[in-house]
Design a protein around this ligand. Sequence first.
Ligand SMILES: [Zn+2]
Ligand SMILES: [Zn+2]
Length: 383
Amino acid sequence: MADKVYYCENCGNIMEFDVKSQKLKCKSCGTTQMITNDQKSIVEHPYDKRAERKKQTEIIEREEKTMECKGCGALIRVPGDVTSTECPYCGSQYVLSDKQQDAITPDGVVPFKIDKNSGNEIFKSWISKRWLAPSRLKNLYEKGGLQGIYMPYWTFDADTYSRYNGEGGRDRQVKEKDKDGNVVTKTVTDWYPVSGHVEKFFDDVLVRASESLDGKLLKGIEPYNTTKELNSYSPEYMSGYSAELYKIPIEDAHESATGIMERELKNMAEKDVRRTYDQVRNIRLDTRYSDETYKHVLVPIYSMAYNFEGKTYNVLINGETGKIDGAYPRSKVKIIAIILIVIAIIAGIIAAVSAKETKGAQLETEASVEYEVVMEQDYNEVV
Ligand SMILES: [Zn+2]
Ligand SMILES: [Zn+2]
């Protein structure tokens, strides 16, 4: 990942990745330059040969600027011309890092399809619908709080074949007498041993390679089209954007991917049993994995971190699809206002109800007066 600066052939100014043209574009004269994208060159690497590849790619250029965040510890590679030093994840300051990374050059990149202006618009409309958010937050987008960053991911492919065994249950209805002697219908399940097999080819099981951001938030803006929209890696995509270096080792990510696949295979096995049984339990799998491959890819996100009353919040936007998810503080003033409004409404209802009751009571009084009058009349008549 060399993060060199690209200069315009025409005027000598800095060129950056342009979302609209998907090319490098000069900031001052608008000259564009194609980025090589050879999708055929993207290869899935055999997982069992990963150690060899690591050795090969360990010798990477050391001229790039790697920054380390003092707050969350993220290692972020920034373009050579970047002067801002605010971490997109936690808002803390970066410092130049002297950490030696054993990096694997990315195989592919999903380029940004949403430009920063659109990102700001997406944020603006999202935050305007969060009406408990403090009003002050709504102005953040105007200050350019949104930062584009490429997040590292691992993707895994595997061909799987699983033998399974477990128990399938058949329900039947029985009539019984309960303790009061009434006949009741009960469901009883008879369990039988079952076995079978399921198979599936998994393509691009996505596992994050960084722990800097909340996993739930990241899941919230997935998926990325790493199969069709993946371009071959070129450092040109990074110009104008920063990129985080992977921290989660491939072995750990592989374990997570296997877990994801096992869960899906188990679901498939359970479905298989349910085709002939009413219920299923105790499914055990024995899976054979073959043709396991992996890729290291970068996916685009916009991240915004902001501090509010001592707490850090993140808002993320998928830079490919525009999907947004985020945490935000609830304004105390607004919550109090809402509570007051609710109290006012309840008070209003109580007042209305008691007014009705008072009216009812008045009617009752009138009726009894009438009754008394009638009584009097009766009395008179009798007299
Ligand atoms: Zn130029
Ligand atoms: Zn940070």
